[in-house]
Design a protein around this ligand. Structure first.
Ligand code: NCC
Length: 276
């Protein structure tokens, strides 16, 4: 089939991947404990629209980028999982508006989710890999990591901090678009937090600058900027179809290849600004 153009790809995402968060009343989130825990507004209602946004990948290639000031210049900044700013301000900035944390970070003790101050800044958004085509009830009974009790506990202890659960339907809607626009058959696993964050920001912002999702000239086998661990799979993907996610994002870029090379930077228009 014909290769979609940049604008056609952006429209595919806009029209087929509506970002939703879970709200009280949707089966099985109908009990009083969920009424207490779930935010009364959706993430979109809570945050409104931003003009410029930055998505900061956790890749080690952001080290020595000196991008901190540029990242801080955006109206909203998205970060992932356990990625800190403290100690890395010069390269990654200081502002955190939204943090996406996968269900593993919440439910395994390894990341000290309930204890670390790192998680207390900004709006939190979590997600968990749901089986393809499952409805919410099936997923609720059998999540990849059972984070539901930890979510409620965190909400009880931090009632003032907005904390949302991403509706799992987005994962497979997004996966379908990655597969349809890839020549090979890709593994049936959900996209990375990175791609979900990019689509979230395209929903919330008029313009999104993504940093080091597409690796710059500083590309390295080191996984994260905040850890010494090395594994090429962090950049290329193993569980997540990360390489194919990156190809898709590159095809949507409104910036230049030079900016990718120098800064690992991709610029994407907000869904609100494109006519489909
Ligand atoms: O590594 P992770 O991702 O937290 O990184 C966040 C997002 O940044 C992009 N990235 C990261 C490193 C790198 N070298 N290149 C990149 O492009 C990716 O888009 C990535 O999504 C996740 O997606 O949630 C993930 O989480 C980790 C891990 O669970 C958390 O970091 C907590 O420690 C996963 N690693 C493992 O399960 C071992 C990772 O596969 C995906």
């Amino acid at each position: 089939s014909r290769k979609l153009s940049r604008e056609e790809l952006i429209c595919e995402l806009k029209q087929r991947v509506p970002v939703k968060t879970i709200q009280f009343g949707e089966d099985p989130f109908t009990t009083s404990d969920w009424q207490k825990s779930l935010p009364s507004k959706s993430l979109m209602e809570e945050l409104g629209q931003f003009r410029t946004c930055a998505v900061v990948s956790s890749a080690a290639s952001i080290l020595h980028s000196k991008l901190g000031n540029e990242i801080n210049g955006h109206d909203a900044v998205l970060r992932f999982n356990a990625a800190p700013t403290s100690g890395f301000e010069f390269d990654v900035g200081t502002k955190t508006t939204i943090r996406i944390i996968n269900s593993q970070v919440i439910s395994t003790g390894d990341y000290q989710f309930h204890a670390k101050s790192l998680y207390r800044t900004g709006v939190l958004l979590t997600w968990d890999p749901a089986p393809y085509a499952a409805n919410l009830s099936e997923w609720f009974k059998n999540p990849d990591y059972n984070f539901f009790e930890d979510y409620k506990k965190y909400r009880e202890n931090n009632p003032e901090q907005p904390f949302h659960i991403l509706h799992p339907s987005i994962q497979w809607k997004l996966w379908n678009i990655v597969q349809e626009n890839t020549a090979e058959n890709i593994q049936p696993n959900p996209p990375s937090s990175g791609l979900m964050g990019i689509v979230l920001m395209m929903t919330l912002c008029d313009q999104t600058d993504v940093y080091e999702f597409l690796p710059s000239q500083r590309q390295t086998d080191r996984c994260h900027y905040y850890e010494m661990f090395h594994d090429q799979a962090c950049t290329m993907g193993a569980y997540h179809p990360l390489m194919f996610e990156k190809n898709l994002v590159k095809r949507m870029n409104h910036g230049t290849d030079e900016e990718i090379h120098m800064y690992g930077k991709v610029t994407l228009p907000g869904f609100r600004t494109v006519l489909c």
